[in-house]
Write a protein that binds this ligand. Structure first.
Ligand code: PEP
Length: 297
């Protein structure tokens, strides 16, 4: 598959082979080596670690002028940042100005949603072709707000995921349980069902660029963050299911981000977990200083 170079997970800067990019143990704060994680194509396993990725989901905030203002303040704060990939996902109406503002900076741009069809009588929708024409490299799919307010199902998200892959858009596909499901002890069941549902019919080779975001719905925009341990356990369940569906090498390569009230003061402890490969940040990504602090955790 011919993927855009932005977001190429193999392009990690300065990471020593055989060591994690995040070597600080959350318990002892002692630097420890850990086993290499397979990264690249499943048929050509390599010892490249998964490069962390921090993504901003601006939801329905910011006009194009406000998006431009954000970039004026934000880019100097993350200049030459190589440890993590950075992706900013504005509203559709700001994608073009953000693509222009981010050009040459190493910050990638994503959309927050798209239709699965190339074109058609779908009033109000945006197609992958239309996105490709204006330059984003990533697309968030199946965000819980899409599931909750726009009735998106795993089946629909699966169609969008396939469309994104066939158009070389890097999907950030969201899964996560609601509070009632967690309280009923159904978290793992929900994560398994959603992971299987969104990946249905996708081959291991096709799945290589997929990024999964674990977003417990009870933690989104509520100020409640899953503890690092809760998040890491959920990530392990998701990765385990990816392994069952697509094989261990693919599961080892797929990056799983945590999302849900990530803030400057909790980013480091979340990112210290081996299972957490990055963050999808909503509210705290709207302010350039706050998002830069998260990126520089
Ligand atoms: C999100 O919108 O994906 C999100 C995680 O929001 P917040 O960080 O505000 O909880």
């Amino acid at each position: 598959m011919d993927l855009p170079s932005v977001g190429n997970p193999g392009a990690g800067g300065g990471i020593r082979e055989g060591f994690s990019p995040r070597q600080v143990s959350s318990v002892s704060m002692v630097t420890i080596p850990r086993a290499p994680v397979l990264y690249n194509h499943p048929e050509e396993p390599s010892t490249m670690p998964r490069k962390p990725l921090i993504a901003a989901n601006w939801k329905m905030y910011k006009t194009p002028a406000q998006a431009q203002e954000f970039f004026k303040s934000f880019l100097p704060l993350v200049a030459n940042h190589e440890r993590d990939e950075i992706v900013v996902c504005p509203s559709f109406t700001s994608i073009s100005v953000v693509v222009a503002a981010a050009t040459g900076s190493g910050v990638a741009v994503g959309a927050q949603n798209m239709h699965f069809a190339d074109e058609g009588a779908y009033t109000g929708e945006i197609s992958p072709l239309m996105l490709k024409a204006i330059g984003p490299t990533h697309v968030i799919l199946g965000h819980s707000e899409r599931r909750q307010y726009f009735a998106e199902t795993d089946e629909l998200i699966n169609k969008k995921l396939k469309a994104a892959l066939s158009h070389q858009l890097i999907p950030i596909v969201c899964v996560g349980e609601v509070l009632a499901e967690r309280e009923a002890g159904k978290t793992n069941e929900v994560l398994v069902r959603q992971t299987r549902g969104v990946l249905a019919g996708i081959t291991a080779a096709e799945a290589v660029p997929i990024i999964i975001a674990y977003e417990p719905v009870w933690a989104i925009g509520t100020g409640k963050t899953a503890t690092s341990q809760i998040a890491a356990e959920a990530h392990a369940v998701i990765r385990g299911e990816v392994a069952k569906v697509l094989g261990q090498p693919t599961a080892d390569a797929v990056r799983i981000l945590y999302g849900g009230s990530v803030k400057p003061d909790n980013a480091a402890s979340l990112m210290a977990e081996e299972e957490i490969d990055g963050a999808l940040v909503g509210g705290a990504s709207l302010d350039p200083q706050s998002f830069a602090k998260i990126v520089n955790y």
